[in-house]
Structures are given as structure tokens and as C-alpha cells.
Design a protein around this ligand. Structure first.
Ligand SMILES: *Cc1c(COP(=O)(O)O)cnc(C)c1O
Length: 378
């Protein structure tokens, strides 16, 4: 099945009980048992719900894994994955990882004895050097947020396999439409489905896909034990969003190429970060491992003042956290998504006060370019 067909026909198609062409919202918490322990597959909705299960089957198919799991947010999904580890275990993570991931590792999970080291995983030597005797996993975000760094998933997975470590990939920016990390050796793929997968800025959710029966069993045990599950209504919204994921990703890709060209040629823009640019340090890897470069672009306008000027004068780029929706968004990572990262560390990473990040939507690109031009030149 080709990808665009899988978005529509993957997972569980329709409702066998009624013939409804989509899985309905099973807004239900518990299920009748014929006798103690005799039931039709569902006993309690934390453990399993038919609408959530349909979504979990769909994301499993899209990522090409063994089982899928839906959570109440991306952070709930990431935390649940980390609950596979024990006190004293160590994880190596990408350095400019999502701010919330950095926070949960360094302020919450560290208190439970789960240790972490952050390195530039796009540099495989640095990645390998950070592995310790107690390391259990490599956690990669690629492309990263907001500097769009690229890690070679296949090479990182090979390093992990040699050392008997799990490879975990946050695939939020690329989505399974462009990139399927399991096909490149990853063991676990996760998403903030709040972003492209939902795609309409109307649901907060997280998804996990694992590539083995053992991980599926362990993940389900954690999901059911810790309980951060996604509700049926939100599960249904994600399935609805996924139907147009291909159309949205294609449209975003086209718009983004044009916008990157515009930004590159603008005198007030000092630097553009986009994996689709030939001078991006890992352009070739991005090209090899993903079908598209995505709709996230960061660019440096040199100062906080100029960044504020752009923000004050754009009208289609909405100033907001988040990304990956049909509407274009703009943000200042240093003061928004990455505010939870200490200032010294932000400076180390290159997340300057003049750095703006845009999430390109599917509006008419001429309007989007005119909007950015207004912002830059106001
Ligand atoms: C937003 C985001 C998260 C966290 O997801 P939530 O749904 O906001 O909890 C994790 N990783 C990346 C790359 C994100 O963009």
C-alpha cells in the first residue's frame, strides 16, 4: 500500500457493528462482562478503548511498527517511554531537543535516578563518546527544534545496536509521511501528535510506536499502569487529521521552499536554518532519510528588537507556541518554546535572541511571503 492510501486505509477501517465508514467515538469508560473475565476485548478504557485502539493501529501501520500507543500529550508519551527504564539507567539525547523533553529529563526523571547526557547527535563521534556502561538508549530528535539539525538515524541505530541500546526517535517534525525511523533501525518512534499529525491546532496528544512484541508488552504495561491515555474524542480527531496528512505535508513543503528562497535573499536575514538548503551541514542525510524537508524554518534577524519588529508586523503568521498546523505560526524560541532551557545553555546552542522560528501553513504562499516582507521591512 502506498503512503497516501495507507493514510486512508491503514489501521482499522470502518465499524464492523454498524458499517459506519469511520470508527465512531466510543465515549465509554467500561464494558459489560458476560462472566467474570469474559468480555469482548475491552474491559476498562484506560486499558483499552475501541476509538483509541483504531488510532493506535493506524499509527502503527504508518510507522511500520509492531504496536501503537496513544497518550494525552507528547510529553506524556515521552515520559511513558522513559518509564521503560530503571533508576541508575542512562540515556544519551540530542542536545537541542524539545524544551519540555530537556525539562522532564533534568528536573523530573533525574529525581527518579534516570540519568541523561545531551550531545550533538548529528556528530556520531560525540554520540558514541557519550555512551556509558549504564546507558540504555539513544534518544534522537531529527530534525531538531529550532535549529533543524539532522541526525543520521541509520548510523545512530547501528551504534546503538552494537552496544545493545534502544534507539528512540522523536519524529514530530517529519511525521511518518516523510520519515519512518523504524525502517532505518529505530526501536521506538514517538510524536507530539499535537503538531502535524493532528494538524489543526485543536488537540493535544502523543503517540508511540514500538518495533518488537517485547517492547509492545512493556509499553502497554506502562501505559495502563501510569494511565496517561488519550480520550476517545481526541483519538477520533487525530484519525480525522491523519486522513489529510499527505496533502498537508505536500502543500507545506511547496510553500516552505518558496519562503526559504525569499528569506535567503533578504538583506535583513543573517542566517536561515532549513535542512532543504544545500549548504545545510547535513543536507545529504536529510535527503537520504526523509522524503521531504518539512515546514519548519528558523532564521536569525540579528537582534531581539528586530525580532519584535517582525512579530508586531506580520498578520498571517500568528505568534503562538506549537507548530505543524494548517495555519502559519511564528515564535521566538529563546523566549517561548526554549525559555525552560537556561540562558547560558541557549547561547551554547545558538538559540539567539534574534532567532525566529516559523511553522509554514498551507495558506497561499504569495500572502505568506508578502507578510514576512512586511514584518522585516516595517
Ligand atoms: C511539542 C513537542 C513535544 C511535546 O509535545 P506536547 O504534545 O506539547 O506535550 C515533543 N517533541 C517535539 C519535537 C515537540 O515539538
Amino acid at each position: 500500500m502506498h503512503k497516501k492510501t495507507k493514510l486512508i486505509h491503514g489501521g482499522i477501517v470502518g465499524d464492523p457493528h454498524t458499517g459506519a465508514v469511520n470508527t465512531p467515538i466510543y465515549q465509554v469508560s467500561t464494558y459489560k462482562q458476560e462472566k467474570v473475565g469474559v468480555f469482548k476485548g475491552y474491559e476498562y478504557s484506560r486499558t483499552g478503548n475501541p476509538t483509541r485502539y483504531a488510532l493506535e493501529e493506524l499509527i502503527k501501520d504508518l510507522e511500520g511498527g509492531k504496536a501503537g500507543f496513544a497518550f494525552g500529550s507528547g510529553m506524556a508519551a515521552i515520559t511513558a517511554v522513559m518509564m521503560l527504564f530503571n533508576s541508575g539507567d542512562h540515556v544519551v539525547l540530542t542536545d537541542d531537543v524539545y524544551g519540555g523533553t530537556y525539562r522532564v529529563m533534568t528536573k523530573v526523571l533525574n529525581r527518579l535516578g534516570i540519568e541523561s547526557t545531551f550531545v550533538d547527535t548529528s556528530n556520531l563521534k560525540e554520540l558514541e563518546a557519550a555512551i556509558q556502561d549504564n546507558t540504555k538508549a539513544i534518544y534522537i530528535e531529527t530534525p531538531t527544534n529550532p535549529l533543524l539539525k539532522i541526525t543520521d538515524i541509520q548510523q545512530a541505530s547501528l551504534i546503538a545496536k552494537r552496544r545493545n541500546l534502544l534507539t528512540i526517535v522523536d519524529n514530530t517534525f517529519s511525521t511518518p509521511y516523510w520519515q519512518t525511523p523504524i525502517s532505518q533501525g529505530a526501536d521506538i518512534v514517538l510524536h507530539s501528535a499535537t503538531k502535524y499529525i493532528g494538524g489543526h491546532s485543536d488537540v493535544v496528544a502523543g503517540l508511540v510506536v514500538v518495533n518488537s512484541d517485547k517492547l509492545a508488552e512493556d509499553m502497554h504495561f506502562v501505559q495502563n499502569s501510569t494511565g496517561g491515555v488519550l480520550g476517545p474524542q481526541d483519538s477520533w480527531l487525530l484519525m480525522r487529521g491523519i486522513k489529510t496528512l499527505g496533502l498537508r505535508m505536500e502543500a507545506t513543503e511547496k510553500n516552505t521552499r518558496r519562503i526559504v528562497e525569499f528569506l535567503e535573499s533578504h538583506p535583513f536575514v543573517q542566517k536561515v536554518y532549513y535542512p532543504g538548503l544545500e549548504d545545510h551541514p547535513n543536507h545529504d542525510i536529510a535527503k537520504k532519510q526523509a522524503g521531504g524537508f518539512g515546514g519548519m524554518v528558523s532564521f536569525d534577524v540579528g537582534s531581539e528588537e528586530r525580532a519584535d519588529q517582525v512579530l508586531a508586523n506580520v498578520k498571517y503568521f500568528t505568534l503562538a507556541e506549537s507548530l505543524g498546523a494548517v495555519e502559519s505560526l511564528i515564535s521566538v524560541p529563546a523566549r517561548m518554546t526554549h525559555a525552560s532551557i537556561p540562558a547560558e545553555r541557549r547561547a551554547e546552542l545558538g538559540i539567539t535572541d534574534g532567532l525566529l522560528r516559523i511553522s509554514v501553513g498551507i495558506e497561499d504562499v504569495e500572502d505568506l511571503i508578502a507578510d514576512l516582507k512586511n514584518g522585516l521591512e516595517a
